[in-house]
Design a protein around this ligand. Structure first.
Ligand SMILES: Nc1ncnc2c1ncn2[C@@H]1O[C@H](COP(=O)(O)OP(=O)(O)O)[C@@H](O)[C@H]1O
Ligand SMILES: [Mg+2]
Length: 390
């Protein structure tokens, strides 16, 4: 075959790292994605975002992914004398990436290879929450995963629940609180008691206190009495201007991977077994012995029901590409609740989302291919829209 006859390779931009508590997980997810990308089909442009939000154009390892090589610029990025910044420009005619070079006397600008598709392998705020997706929309680039609205809803635990409720999907009782209203009661015991009374009436103890927009159980705490509630609200208030308090249940934690655009499919159901009181950051990422049960040991009727609910939730939020949908099955009452969705779920080789697909017959590399195709399909569909009447 001559070169001209070979199908053109797609240039994929992989963005990872980021300003979130899930920075480390993102590095590992990106490493797994890079290892799975078939280099006979894809050219890779690698963009790493440091913890302080700096964008670095990185050397994409040719084939074998050497983790040390990928991670090196992140060891101490602010200390490097790297004077090059990566920039994704919103002008759609540029199709992507530029490199800004700090040079005397001004800034140099160099354009990178035009991108065909972007895979944001970023978890949490400023990556999974619609902000980056907005930039990719402006640039008119196809990208993996849900769009702006679904991503933002996926990050906002209250907004998504309100929609779930509207679609008749079961959610745990909760109360929403503004940080400023909570903090305004500091030093005013009667005001504080009144606020606490409202929470105790609507939710009661034990309860879970969470920042509304966050992930990885950052700022999430269980409260068993008024003193713990105060402490938990103070802590959640460090991370968001909206706080939620919800009834604590004693859950089995069940998760489903959903894949697709307008006709999504659901994987088998998985279960997370963990010894600690709840699935907090420490348990998620620092303890090696979390157990995944794939498929979960539940009846086939329940499994079917959960998978249908996962698809309903996916469509309710207008997700695209992928999303992991997480459920609680309350042990004492057997009541099933939709807990939350993750629009860019952990993507390491041992993460739940890809493992659920492995168990459902889609290998990790095939999954990455499918996600890229779904991104292209959704982008083509969007580009059927006329911008204004001709
Ligand atoms: N209402 C609840 N009852 C019991 N456990 C809960 C409740 N809410 C959260 N948890 C525990 O805390 C973990 C993290 O909460 P979650 O709402 O999923 O936040 P995150 O987005 O950080 O994953 C859950 O996986 C679960 O172990
Ligand atoms: Mg969760």
């Amino acid at each position: 075959m001559t070169e001209e006859n070979e199908p053109k390779k797609l240039r994929i931009g992989v963005i990872f790292g980021g300003q979130s508590a899930e920075h480390e997980v993102s590095l590992r997810s990106a490493q797994a994605v890079l290892a799975a990308l078939d280099r006979s089909k894809y050219d890779v442009t690698l963009i790493g975002i440091t913890r302080t939000g700096r964008w670095l154009p990185l050397e994409a390892p040719e084939d074998e992914v050497d983790p040390a090589k990928l991670m090196a610029p992140f060891a101490n990025p602010e200390a490097t004398d790297n004077t090059t910044h990566a920039a994704l420009l919103p002008d759609p005619s540029l199709r992507g990436l530029a490199e800004l070079i700090e040079a005397e006397p001004g800034m140099g600008l160099e354009f990178g290879q035009p991108l065909d598709v972007v895979f944001p392998v970023l978890h949490g705020p400023y990556g999974e929450d619609g902000t980056l997706q907005g930039l990719l929309e402006l640039a008119n680039l196809p990208y993996v995963g849900p769009g702006v609205l679904a991503s933002a809803l996926g990050m906002d635990k209250v907004a998504q629940r309100e929609l779930f409720r509207a679609y008749g999907l079961p959610v745990i009782a909760y109360i929403l609180l503004k940080r400023r209203d909570w903090q305004a009661t500091a030093g005013n015991e009667s005001a504080r008691t009144a606020l606490r009374n409202q929470i105790e009436e609507r939710v009661g103890y034990p309860c879970f206190v969470k920042p509304v927009n966050m992930g990885s159980a950052v700022g999430v705490n269980k409260a068993r009495d008024a003193a713990e509630l105060d402490r938990a609200l103070d802590e959640a208030a460090r991370y968001d201007r909206k706080l939620m308090v919800e009834k604590a249940v004693n859950p089995r934690e069940l998760e489903v991977a959903v894949l697709g655009n307008d006709e999504p499919i659901a994987s088998v159901v998985g279960e997370i077994g963990h010894a600690s009181e709840f699935y907090d950051y420490q348990t998620k990422y620092m303890t090696p012995d979390n157990e995944y049960h794939i498929p979960a040991k539940i009846s086939s009727e329940l499994s079917q029901h959960i998978r249908e609910m996962a698809i309903k939730a996916y469509l309710a939020l207008d997700c695209a590409g992928m999303t992991r949908v997480d459920f609680f099955l309350d042990r004492p009452t057997h009541q099933l609740y939709l807990n939350e969705v993750n629009t860019i779920p952990g993507f390491t080789s041992v993460s739940m989302y890809p493992m659920l697909w492995e168990a459902s017959g889609i290998s990790y590399p095939a999954l990455v291919d499918r996600l890229i195709n779904l991104a292209l399909e959704r982008h083509a569909d969007k580009n059927k829209n006329e911008l204004y009447p001709m």
